[in-house]
Design a protein around this ligand. Structure first.
Ligand code: SAH
Length: 453
């Protein structure tokens, strides 16, 4: 096979990024936009020694798992990778991805997996959206999402994963930019003003947040814009975030209030949360409740336990657990999130939770050495890159009976579990929870217990 060759393949597997895979003569051919079970004519785009990439030219026999994606830009947009797969097939794909990572990276021959917890409705579930603002070829303002692997903006004001209100918000913001002749930010030159529009909706409270991220300190006519947005029912928080840096990081570090409050509120279960623009908050509240329910089940608290919740964000898991524990300690790197966590504890009259700002890999070893802290149960929920080894080492020294690991990347999860299992822990249960329908991502919650010597 060489570049530009046309070949017919039947897709036999899916890569973890959601591309169809065909193995031919010991090499793997990755074909974007195909689904396991498709027979398709494809064009070779790039050939390396052990693998290659091809483009879908023509479907010959579509897979039984194939459906027509409801979103008109599903193929171009980098947000959804597997919208062309039926939801049942998506769940099978995710469960298999988790199992294979645990086997291949974690060396767990037969991981103790519970059935994946799927969503009732894999659309309109996201409570947060971040739309880049730019110009199309004719110079007209657009809002949408980046295409896969590039920063070309695919115009899309009504993402089917998000809330319908986003379209109205974007219409108002873009119209305001036209009226006041406000240019969109251009990341190649670092000029222009409006970079992103971030929105959040409290699913239980209906409160809406808009944060406009700008390459500057003020927005022309900002008050008029805020006034117009405040007419939307539920609008509760309008802020500007200044991001003057040439970076892919979306949010700037400083915020200024245009109207309403600096935060919105929402509930997970019966715990009420205050959420600031800069704080992490799970994007799928319905599945989050199921995820935390599993974490709580695995933690098996009786009311007597001391629990550490590492990477705690605004204290969501900590406060969910606090009512069943003796004391909970949370650690989180973002100061605004810890501020939210503390006011969330107060808001819910929870007095047995304390929160520390700092890197888990610094706070935990330091507290362990200086204060000899103790834990019956440790819950961790790190970002995609997983845990620093120093965090794992301190956890091992603290020797909690149970470790509950919540993860959004099963590859780094498998790596960390392998390490813990080499140092006295045993993998007891794994449950995948689909929080991100139509994308390739999957959340997991894992129970490990200390092997009694
Ligand atoms: N448990 C929370 C948040 C999980 S997301 C929830 O379920 O809502 C991961 C969190 O880890 C984010 O809030 C992020 O800011 C934080 N974080 C990232 N790196 C960190 C580090 N080195 N130390 C502590 N927290 C970190």
């Amino acid at each position: 096979m060489r570049k530009d060759d046309l070949v017919v393949v039947s897709v036999e597997d899916m890569s973890s990024e959601g591309m169809g895979v065909r193995h031919v003569d010991g090499l793997a051919l990755f074909v974007k936009d195909t689904v396991i079970g498709d027979v398709a004519e494809v064009k070779i785009m790039k050939m390396k020694k052990n693998y290659g990439y091809a483009r879908l030219v023509r479907l010959i026999t579509p897979s039984a798992d194939r459906i027509k994606p409801p979103c008109p830009v599903a193929r171009q947009c980098g947000g959804c990778q597997i919208q062309a797969m039926s939801y049942e097939a998506q769940l099978r794909f995710k469960e298999k991805k988790v199992r294979e990572n645990l086997q291949r990276i974690g060396k767990f021959e037969n991981p103790p997996m519970e059935p994946i917890i799927g969503m009732k409705e894999p659309y309109r579930y996201r409570n947060k959206a971040q739309f880049p603002i730019g110009k199309d070829k004719s110079g007209k303002l657009i809002a949408g999402f980046y295409a896969g692997r590039t920063h070309a903006i695919i115009g899309c004001r009504d993402c089917l994963l998000g809330h319908e209100i986003n379209q109205k918000i974007l219409d108002i913001v873009l119209h305001h930019m036209e009226t006041y002749r406000i240019p969109a930010y251009d990341e190649t030159t670092g000029t222009g003003l409006v970079r992103h529009v971030m929105t959040r909706v409290g699913q239980q409270t209906g409160q809406i947040m808009v944060c406009v991220v700008i390459n500057g300190r003020t927005l022309p006519g900002g008050e008029a814009l805020a006034e117009e947005l405040m007419q939307l029912p539920g609008m509760s928080s309008i802020t500007l975030s200044s991001n003057l840096e040439k970076t892919n990081v979306i949010m700037g570090k400083t915020l200024s209030l245009l109207a309403g409050k600096e935060y919105i509120e929402d509930y997970i279960g019966d715990v009420r949360f205050r959420i600031s623009p800069l704080s992490f908050y799970q994007v799928n509240p319905v599945q989050t409740e199921k995820l935390y329910g599993k974490a709580l089940e695995y933690a098996a608290l009786t009311g007597e336990e001391t629990v550490w919740d590492l990477y705690c964000g605004i204290g969501t898991i900590s406060l969910f657990l606090a009512r069943r524990a003796k004391h909970v300690y949370g650690v989180e790197i973002v100061p605004e999130a810890i501020r939210d966590a503390r006011s969330n504890a107060e808001l819910n009259h929870i007095t047995n939770a304390d929160f520390y700002v700092g890197k888990a890999e610094e706070v935990l070893p330091e507290k362990f050495e200086k204060e000899h802290i103790f834990a019956d149960v440790i819950v961790i929920d790190p970002p995609r890159k997983g845990c620093e080894q120093s965090v794992l080492d301190t956890m091992i020294q603290m020797a909690p009976k149970r470790i509950v690991y919540v993860s959004c990347d099963s590859a780094t999860l498998a790596r960390d579990l392998k390490y813990l299992c080499e140092k006295g822990y045993e993998l007891k249960k794994v449950c995948a929870v689909d929080m991100f329908g139509n994308s390739v991502h999957v959340e997991c919650v894992v129970l490990m217990s200390r092997v009694e010597k």
